[in-house]
Design a protein around this ligand. Sequence first.
Ligand code: HEC
Ligand code: HEC
Length: 368
Amino acid sequence: MSLKVLQGFIGLILVLISLIAVGRAAEPEPFSMNKGVPARLAADYVHAVIEAGRTAYSHYIVDRLDRDRSLKATENWQEENTLLLPAQFLKLSSSVTNSKGIGMRYRLGSVWPLNPDNLPKSETEKSGLLEVIRNPQKPFTWIVQREGMWYYQAIYPDKAVSQTCVECHNHHPDSPKTDFKLGDVMGGIVIDMPLGSRFQKKPDESILIPPEVVSDYVHAVLESDRTVYSRFVVQHLENGAVLTSRSDWQAARTLMLPAQFLLKVLEITTRQNLGLDFSLISLWPINPRNGPTSEFERKALEWVGIHPIRPYISWTQVGKNFYFRSVYPDHAISSACVECHNQHPDSPRRDFKLNDVMGAVVVTFPLH
Ligand code: HEC
Ligand code: HEC
């Protein structure tokens, strides 16, 4: 073979390889298999999203509607056509996440619970809940073996941030403790993540968790919060003819739309400066701010439109730092999504059908 032919042949192979690479990911990115997120930071990410969901719910729904509409959050929200309590919001959201079977689980726990379901599940969990009361600056973490696997567990303190927490718990007939004060640690958010098989040596908390797994965890919490908000807040109050959801919720003194709730959770999480960043995007946005902001996002939206189950993932390098991005398809899960978007005066698309991919949630974080 002459040199020219050989060069041509190699060139052709390179072109073919790059075509295959383009099929897998939109941009030529450095592929780095040995990077990930340390377990402790992964738990911090998950905790940040859980906290943001509860803050968004307490602040923008419960406190505001109490002020604007005298609509209360009550324990028997179903019969009373009211708002569910923040603890119930977290509990429902965690049961949605836990039922997805992705490995990571979370819940609220306390050594003085109103509901005995929330008692510690092990001796270590009990010591952890007591330790965050003594030392609330940092989470209590440990690694356990269970059913043939190593698990990482982290307990983050849950504080009485307002007088309403204290009053309701102190006066509740089922409360084993009646002297909570403002600022006290009342319990903890317990996060549980699988780390590896027991046949591997015991890992420590610097072990790296693969980025696609971490982003699935974070995305699952977001999805669950939106599901609980749509189903148990919006649908519940709309069916009971108590309140409706509208995009001009502030002026109308009513409920915000599910997309706006999701955007609030994203905004609050991003403010915590952990490096986690999100956005909600679409090729046909009602709000032009939600259009794709880069060629990468445009390609990702096209990709999830064609492959509606899996997220579109990619690695990028900025200077010396590596980042992981995943773009999750956002489906029209109910006819409300379809009807509202098809009829909205600012919507550039009017033929959405049930289960269509309407847009995507982008999750970005640095790799270590
Ligand atoms: C109007 C009453 C009420 C208010 C206000 C309230 N809670 Fe609760 N809380 C409950 C109830 C009821 C449960 C039990 C929910 C369940 O698991 O069924 C609960 C559960 C909890 C738990 C889990 C352990 C347990 O007691 O079962 C923690 C921790 C907690 N709340 C903390 C808080 C904090 C912090 C605040 C304020 C930000 C707050 N609560 C505000 C009623 C309230
Ligand atoms: C009652 C009307 C309404 C309903 C119901 C609704 N949306 Fe939206 N959606 C909106 C509005 C308005 C925006 C723009 C919010 C903003 O200002 O950023 C939006 C934004 C979005 C976006 C970001 C792109 C854009 O259009 O700006 C996505 C993706 C989205 N919605 C998906 C959904 C899905 C999925 C559902 C059902 C689970 C749903 N929406 C339910 C009105 C609605």
